[in-house]
Design a protein around this ligand. Structure first.
Ligand code: ACM
Ligand code: ZN
Length: 781
């Protein structure tokens, strides 16, 4: 792998340098307790030995890991040596166990001029001490003597479950890359890889009793182009892991104290299995390994007498490969439509007396029946199940651990019910979402959404729970769904450095968390990513712009104030005339920039090493409505898409090309009415415009009709214009739409806009249901 190339090259230079470099324990994730003394540091040199207790093969392996890590930084490979249990070898880095350490993954790292000792209650803890030591040493310290400050670190993780999920169903990643991903988990002190192995678009694990699952189910003949357009690439896409390969990966992970939790997602997301064994579906097919992305109506037929034995057989082989306590059985996104019409499913519903009530349909209970059956089967084999939060819809399998993904609400509910929970809310933990709101500047496409490093960092997994309920939060995890993630390099880009932010959520106690401090510490870890040739995302080095606008109506001043900053205080240069900024442009002086008219602000941070920021671009559009008081008198935006509310519609800034960026208000289920107070009567106006973001795949459609009415007293309105807009219904429709009406000039104080929302079209997953309307910036001229 590319990551090991650099130290080998570096060896050539090692012999001739005799520099000293300073280590720092300010690592990610931040240790719980670091006590430094004024004593002399430990000097790590090429002759330092790593000692481990004889007859402990795990600590021997840990010693070898440490030697490899140090070699990656310094270019020299330390010798390892077995010593008698309890002995401390002077001048060495000594590994050992210490039963007084209370947390099974905790460690103590003590440093003095005489040596370093890393102790854990278990070998796992020692491994995390090694990770801390490794990250303390500068990433590039070729041939250097490294000075490690004297003192003691006492550290232990906050959560016992610290995970990352990888979906290999939509796109397949080779064994070598799964190992690299595991190495990344280890670097970030994580201990669980949730491996999502089966999908509509591909079945990726060999099951010997059902060979067609991989003979047929691991290949799709074509893949949709873009975001569910009606075009396909007509190129077969394939891949699966043999059981031997999966076992090899389990072993590789175990060596790094990482548990692999396999997921067989059932009863939905099963089209690849249905294409292989059509008799397991309600209609009998024909089925195709799915070439599109989304949620599909064809799911396993639970009423079919072959289905549960099939699942039991699959699980039997899965638990033989994966020794994990938990097996993930999915449970998400399984439409009930086929079951509602299937004679076999309806017969089972009757036979089992499954009844609808106010909250749940009989078909919801059929899904619960299936999940509970598989849970019982696995429990009898000594395993526990995890399911996505949909398993709360119906009767939750009694011992299930719930993985909360549709925000945190499902997890909160499950913890209140006494279930264990793993928090993976899409608001903070979906690493398939964009990392910036500026898609034009992104090297890769993404599924949508917006989850920045700072957003990940802000997750508090136990929020909303009392002390008793908090005990049910086992930990947190990020999910990497791979519909739009095609290559290992793209995986690296999506997870780094968001994984670092997550690591601190998982490991560090909340009172010690501080985003600004984290970002400073992150810089050292980024040096390591850089050294290893990892394709990390660089958004944290971009310019941060904070834009303060007058609270609507509170000020007569109609100006926006922009402050700019970077994590490393790099000098920033800007222009206000639409030209490309450079060192020759105006230098930002930290007092802020005042915007009082239609302007394009462009800014760049210039760094001596040439790693300049991307150009920040912000457009401001001033018009008669800008910063005026505004009220929404019809439906309100839905809570997830409300942000700063109605004033955002007149803040001089139009929404970006990402509807989840925080600039678009999202409405659903009725007409939108906005009233803008232009401040005094007699304002002459002749046009009104606004903008929508349409994304049919995300249940967002355009505006059907806009009406304009005016008033001088804000009580009685006179309609002056109305216009219908054609609503696009083609699958894959996505982008910004403009809605404007021109009319003969009129004089007014109040302007009322009414916008009609649409219903999802025939053929859409949600046909007949209300569509969202995403709105930004109302402009009156
Ligand atoms: C999920 O994102 N469907 C769990
Ligand atoms: Zn059925």
């Amino acid at each position: 792998m590319k990551k090991y190339l650099l130290p080998i090259v570096a060896l050539a230079f090692a012999a001739c340098s005799s520099n000293e470099q300073q280590a720092s324990y300010s690592v990610v994730p931040l240790p719980q307790e670091v006590n430094l003394t004024q004593d002399s540091p430990f000097k790590l040199t090429r002759s330092t030995i790593i000692a481990y207790p004889e007859n402990n093969p795990l600590l021997k392996r840990n010693a070898e890991f440490l030697a490899e890590y140090i070699a990656q930084s310094t270019g020299y490979t330390l010798q390892t040596k077995a010593i008698k249990e309890g002995e401390s070898a002077t001048g060495c880095i000594t590994l050992g166990l210490n039963s007084e350490i209370t947390n099974p993954e905790g460690y103590k790292l003590s440093t003095s001029a005489e040596g370093i000792r890393i102790e854990g209650q278990t070998e796992n803890g020692v491994f995390y001490g090694i990770q801390t030591l490794r990250k303390s040493i500068p990433a590039v310290a070729q041939g250097a003597t490294v000075l490690l400050p004297a003192g003691e670190i006492n550290d232990a993780p906050r959560f016992a479950y610290r995970g990352m999920m990888l979906d290999v169903g939509r796109h397949f990643f080779p064994v070598e890359f799964i190992k690299e991903y595991i190495d990344l988990l280890a670097l970030h002190n994580m201990n669980t890889l949730h491996w999502h192995l089966t999908e509509d678009q591909g079945w990726r694990i060999e099951i010997k009793k059902y060979p067609k699952l991989t003979e047929i189910g691991s290949t799709r003949n074509r893949t949709v182009i873009g975001h569910n357009t009606d075009q396909y690439d007509n190129t077969p896409y394939e891949g699966f892991y043999t059981q031997d390969e999966a076992r090899e990966i389990v072993r590789y992970a175990q060596e790094r104290y990482i548990t692999i939790i396999p997921e067989i997602d059932l009863p939905g997301h099963m089209l690849a299995a249905l294409a292989s064994y059509p008799e397991l579906g309600c209609t009998g097919g024909p089925y195709e390994v799915c070439p599109r992305w989304g949620v599909f109506e064809d799911v396993l037929c639970i009423g079919n007498e072959k289905t549960l034995p099939f699942l039991e057989d699959v699980m039997t082989e899965i638990i033989d490969i994966f020794p994990s306590k938990y097996i993930h059985i999915g449970g998400d996104e399984a439409p009930r439509t086929r079951w509602a019409k299937c004679p076999k499913c309806q017969a089972l519903i009757r036979a089992k007396g499954l009844k609808a009530d106010k909250e749940h349909s009989a078909e919801d209970r059929l899904q619960s029946y299936c999940m509970a059956h598989i849970e019982k089967f696995l429990n009898e084999k000594g395993r526990q199940i995890i399911g996505w939060d949909e398993i709360l819809e119906g009767d939750v399998a009694p011992n299930a651990t719930v993985m909360s993904w549709r925000g945190s609400a499902g997890g909160i509910k499950a913890a209140q019910m006494g279930h264990d929970v793993i928090m993976t809310p899409n608001t903070h933990c979906y690493f398939d979402y964009f990392q910036s709101t500026d898609k034009a500047n992104e090297p890769y496409d993404a599924i949508g959404g917006y989850v920045s490093v700072e957003k990940v960092y802000s997750l508090e997994p136990t929020e909303g729970l009392n002390d008793e309920q908090k005990k049910h939060i086992l930990g947190a995890q990020a999910n990497l769904w791979t519909e739009y993630i095609l290559s290992p390099e793209q995986v690296e880009y999506m997870v780094l450095p968001r994984m670092a932010a997550l690591a601190e959520v998982q490991w560090t106690q909340p009172e010690k968390k501080d985003y600004k401090d984290f970002v400073k510490r992150l810089l050292s870890l980024v040096h390591l990513y850089q050294r290893d040739g990892l394709n990390y995302a660089k958004h944290i080095f971009d310019i941060q712009a904070e834009i303060s606008t007058p609270q609507a109506g509170s000020s007569s001043e109609r100006t926006a104030q922009v402050t700019l900053s970077t994590v490393d205080n790099a000098p920033i240069y800007y222009t206000l005339d639409g030209s490309q900024p450079s060192e020759k442009s105006q230098q930002y002086d930290n007092t802020g920039i005042t915007i009082d008219k239609t302007t394009q602000l462009q800014a760049i941070a210039i760094r001596p090493n040439g790693s300049n920021s991307r150009v920040l671009k912000r457009d401001f559009f001033f018009n008669k409505a800008t910063f005026c008081p505004i009220q929404l008198t019809g439906i309100q935006p839905s809570p997830k898409y409300t942000y700063a509310g109605a004033p955002m519609l007149v803040d001089g800034q139009r929404g970006s090309d990402n509807f989840a960026s925080g600039d678009w208000l999202g409405f659903i289920g009725g007409d939108i009415t906005a009233v803008i107070d232009l401040g005094k009567s007699g304002n002459e106006i002749k046009s009104v415009a606004t903008h929508g973001f349409v994304s049919l795949g995300d249940w967002i459609m355009g505006c059907k009709e806009m009406r304009i009415a005016i008033s001088d007293d804000g009580q009685s309105y006179r309609e002056i214009a109305t216009k219908a807009f054609p609503v696009k219904t083609a699958p894959g429709t996505r982008g910004i739409e403009d809605y404007s009406i021109d009319f003969d000039p009129v004089q007014t104080r109040y302007v009322q806009l009414t916008l009609k929302t649409a219903v999802l079209p025939e053929g859409h997953n949600g046909a007949g249901k209300p569509a969202f309307l995403f709105l930004d910036e109302i402009e009156i001229n």
